[in-house]
Design a protein around this ligand. Sequence first.
Ligand code: NAD
Length: 295
Amino acid sequence: MTAELISGTEISKAILEEIKQEVNEMKDKTGKVPGLVTILVGENPASISYVTLKVRTALNLGFNEIQDNQPEDISQEDLLALIDKYNNDPEINGILVQLPLPKHIDDKKVLNAIDPDKDVDAFHPVNVGRLMIGGDEVRFLPCTPAGIQELIVRSGTETKGAEVVVVGRSNIVGKPIAMMMAQKGVGANSTVTIVHTGTQDLATHCKRADILVVAAGVPNLVKPEWIKPGSTVIDVGVNRIGKNEKTGKAILRGDVDFAKAKEIAGKITPVPGGVGPMTICMLMRNTLRSAQRSM
Ligand code: NAD
């Protein structure tokens, strides 16, 4: 059996199209569009390329996008003042501070200064708490876990009562996706297990999973024999395992042995082209929802 491929590239395109339509409707009705500010401190090449992609996507969707670049030596006080300015700007619905920040700045302090109602990355402790409570309390879902849940739902995977095993317990992927899948409601209502570096027998847990979400950052951690036949496998890992000599581009692999796993799983995400494209898409949707709420 060969698994059905869950293409994040295709699904994210469809979602971006849906967002674009909603932006057009908002513009027709209210004359307004969602406003997103991306704050980039310094000139870290990886950060520049991430921000450029976010800015380009926001502009393509018709957002009011402000790219606010600040010098590497900006003081923490000035950065906090900048965030305060955008917190109080009614035209701005989402504030994104690109990490990492320079060493002299306390990134926790900066992220916690963002108004939780404009925190489209959903890293603020208030939004983490709201996610934990669930239901109507939730304003924003963190972007990568939200993308994972969309892939699960849009691939037609049954989540109610499903055994979900999440490999990894980070604050940005493992913990939030585990909590989201355990909540009541559509696309969730699952029985969730989190496994991590302290787990004694990873294989036994993974073998039970109807839905296996792997976010460890270890290439080929999940062996094909750990995969339950017919299950849905979401591989979040992005590991650079070398360079393509012709193109000079990094060769990327996930945390799952994809070539063999696809012969056992029912549905599986590739790396790249699986979870990756979903994150930015969910950031845009969070900004749109924030704008809709503010109106
Ligand atoms: P992290 O390093 O913060 O956390 C990794 C987690 O995996 C830890 O909780 C650890 O306990 C667990 N783990 C590591 N090795 C393990 C092992 N051998 N056995 C069991 N558990 C193990 O990483 P993260 O930020 O959660 O990211 C995980 C992976 O997902 C990385 O490869 C990262 O690049 C990728 N990622 C991709 C996206 C995206 O595609 N948009 C977004 C975020 C992270």
